[in-house]
Design a protein around this ligand. Sequence first.
Ligand SMILES: *Cc1c(COP(=O)(O)O)cnc(C)c1O
Length: 392
Amino acid sequence: MRSKDTHPQTLLTTLGHAPPEYGGVVNMPPHRASTILFSTLAEFDRAERGEIKRATYGRYGTASYDALASALTALEGADHTLLFSSGVAAITTGLLAFLGNGDHALIPDNVYGPVRRLAAHELKRMGIEISYYDPSVGAGIEALIRPNTRLVYVESPGSLTMEMQDIPAIAQAAHAKGCVLFADNTWATPLYCKPFELGIDVSMHSATKYIAGHSDIIMGTLSCKREHFSALSRVFRNFGATPSADDCYLALRGLRTLSSRLSAQSQTALELAKWLQKTPYVNRVLYPALSGDPGHALWQKTLTGAASLFSIIIKPCSREALASMLNGMNYFKMGFSWGGFESLIIPFAPASVRTTTEWAEEGQCLRLHVGLEHINDLKRDLEEGFIRLSQE
Ligand SMILES: *Cc1c(COP(=O)(O)O)cnc(C)c1O
C-alpha cells in the first residue's frame, strides 16, 4: 500500500496506524500501562533477555509509544526513534549517551537557553567540558575540535536570533575527527529536514511544538541510524523519562495534521514577515525564509520549508512602552513555547546570554510565533500594538 514514493503529507495519515488490530476504530486507543503480562515463563525469560518485540513494561514504552515512534522513524528516514517526557530529557539523553568525564563538546552560542543551564550545572558536575562556538563557523569548526571532543551540537536556525548553520560542512569536519553530530531540529520539524542526508547522526525534536501542535503536552524525540541506537537506548532505559501513553496518543493525533497546520501557519508567517519589513516600526526581521536574510542561502540548501516562528528587532523603547504594547495584544499572547495553533509573542535580549559572539544590534528583540488566525487580524493586532508602543 505504502511505497517509497508516497508523499510525506500522505504518510502523516497512515503511519503508526493499523485499525484492524484494534477493532477497526480509526485511532489506536491509548495503551495506558505499567504492568504488561507474560503468559508463560518462557515468554518472561525471553523478555528478560530483550528478545520480544512488544512492550514489556510501561517505562520502556507501550503500544502507543511504538506507534508514534515508528511514524517518526519513517518521517525522519531513521532506523530508530526514542521518545521522552520532554525535549530537554531527549537532549540530556542525547548528550549523556556520548559524553563522559573528561570529554568535550561544541555547542552553538545561540543554542536553546535551557541547554546552557544543563551544561553549566549538570554536565560540568560530571566533568564534561563545553565550549560555545559562533553559529556561522561552518567548516571552520575543524579548528575548534580538540582531541577529547566527542560531540558537535547544531541548532539551525538557532533559538531566538535565527542564524542558519552550514550543517553539511560541520558534519564533514565533525566526522573527520570522529565526533557525533547532534542536531536540535525542532524548528524544521520532521517534514522540512532530512537529517541523515545532511550528515546528522542524532536528530532531536521537542514534540511539544509543532508535532503535538496544540499547546497541551510536553514531549521530546531522538531519531538515529542503527549505529548509534544502542548508546542512546541504554541511556533512555536507565534514565526513565518515558512519555505517557496519553501523551503519545495526542502527539500522534497532532502529527496527522502537521502538514496542513505548518503550511498554513508558515504562509501567514512569511506574509506577515514581509509586511513587518515595510512598516516603520521594525528595524530588522530575522527569518531565514526571507530572501534578504543572511541565512537564506543556507536555508535553501539545507531545509525544504520554514516554521512560522521568527524574530523582529524594533527601535529601542522603554519597558513601559513595551508593556503598553504587549499587555494589550488580542492574539499575540505572551507565553513560552510555540508550535501550537495560537499566535505568541515574547521579548528577549540576546546580549545577556551570549558568551562567544557579540550581539551589538540596538533595539528591542521580539520573537513571534504565528498561529492559525487570519493574517488581517494578526496585522491589525501588531499595528495597534506598535501604535500603543509609540504613544508611550
Ligand atoms: C522547546 C524547545 C526545546 C525543549 O523542549 P521541551 O519539550 O520544552 O523540553 C528544545 N529545543 C528547542 C529549539 C525548543 O524550542
